[in-house]
Design a protein around this ligand. Structure first.
Ligand code: PMP
Length: 344
């Protein structure tokens, strides 16, 4: 029988899919590493397993213990699956910017969810960094994962995601583009690919409101760069230990609107239903496309599934309220005129 012994064994070996329409004016071949086929519907399943297994090995996580993490949802989902299979309890601390769908999904897989305000300093006792640390201190037999500074995060991508991309492209990959949050994905994949071929370019996608780009370019941690933004999962107001600035060649910032618009276009034009950090990655690629040639093979990683954003990016009212809807066809005349323009 061809069976998996449990759901964790189905993690990884995600497909690499050519983009055909959205990047048609880009000279390079663009391939999407679509991480939504992981059982938790995001790339984060990979590092969740690795962080827990390393914690078991080092003894900081003991049988029956409680796993605590400040998570934007996807890491929580991955940790929830690991906790179920391995018999741990899980508490996820989220900020209030995260979609309600993400919180409901976490509760569905048995996690306890604590919601904290986004608009406070990381050092504020109400921030999700502070709350997670406090829970870990006060709850007995608990372990604080800390995906930002826990280097098992990037090791998971060094051991799995990077080699998968190298094998799937038969070593032809020339560029890797991905949104950066904890930095685990870009740093692990980047190190792995550069060890195979140091000429491979590693481009990180950042948000307006985040410190990464300026820090990479100047070495300055500029607090003026920090302000609230909408794109989920990428950009930070801290410098996580997982970000290996040496393997990243450049950062590109993408607006919330472009991230949202390209995310919707990925669904409609490529049939790839993913979250807005994927749209940001495509926006960044298109902003940088003058640097690409027809010989280039670009891999863009899409972190998570679009179902987590149906109340947001995929909701017209939500998009309209933020001025993100590109075009609107309100009257019958508009619709008829639009159909007259469509090719037969
Ligand atoms: N996109 C989404 C949707 C995410 O949840 C994350 C994780 N924070 C990222 C991108 C960034 O990945 P990483 O943390 O590995 O840099």
């Amino acid at each position: 029988m061809k069976v998996y012994n449990n759901i964790l064994e189905t993690i990884g070996n995600t497909p690499l899919v050519k983009l055909n329409k959205l990047t048609k004016n880009c000279k390079a071949t663009v391939l999407a590493k679509v991480e939504t086929t992981n059982p938790g519907n995001s790339v984060k399943d990979r590092m969740a397993v690795k962080m827990v297994e390393d914690a078991e090995k080092s003894g900081v996580l003991k049988p029956g213990g409680t796993i605590i993490e400040g998570t934007s949802g996807n890491t929580g989902m991955g940790l929830a699956l690991v906790a179920i299979i391995k018999g741990y309890k899980l508490i996820c601390v989220l900020n209030d910017k995260q979609s309600k769908e993400k919180m409901d999904i976490l509760r569905a897989v048995g996690a306890e969810v604590v919601v904290c305000p986004t608009a406070v300093e990381p050092s504020d006792p109400r921030s999700y960094y502070s709350v997670s640390k406090r829970l870990a201190k006060e709850i007995p037999n608990s372990w604080y994962v800390n995906q930002y500074d826990n280097l098992s995060n990037r090791t998971a991508h060094y051991e799995q995601t990077g080699p998968e991309i190298w094998e799937q492209t038969e070593g032809k990959v020339t560029h890797f583009i991905v949104g950066v949050g904890t930095g685990g994905t870009i740093s692990g994949v980047g190190k792995s690919l550069k060890e195979k071929n140091p000429n491979i370019k590693i481009w990180g996608i950042d948000t307006y409101g985040s410190v990464f780009k300026k820090y990479k370019e100047t070495g300055i941690f500029d607090e003026n760069e920090i302000y609230p933004y909408i794109t989920e999962g990428i950009g930070e107001d801290i410098l996580p230990a997982n970000v290996d600035f040496d393997v990243i060649d450049l950062f590109e910032k993408v607006t919330d609107k472009d991230a949202a618009v390209y995310t919707r276009r990925l669904a409609r034009e490529e049939g790839i239903f993913v979250g807005n950090s994927a749209g940001a990655a495509i926006g960044g690629l298109l902003q940088l496309q003058d640097q690409l040639t027809e010989n280039d093979v670009v891999v863009v990683l899409f972190h998570d599934h679009g179902s987590r954003y149906v109340g947001k990016i995929f909701n017209d009212d939500w998009m309209r309220e933020r001025g993100f809807l590109e075009e609107e066809f309100k009257t019958a005349e508009d619709v008829i005129a639009r159909h007259a323009d469509l090719p037969l």
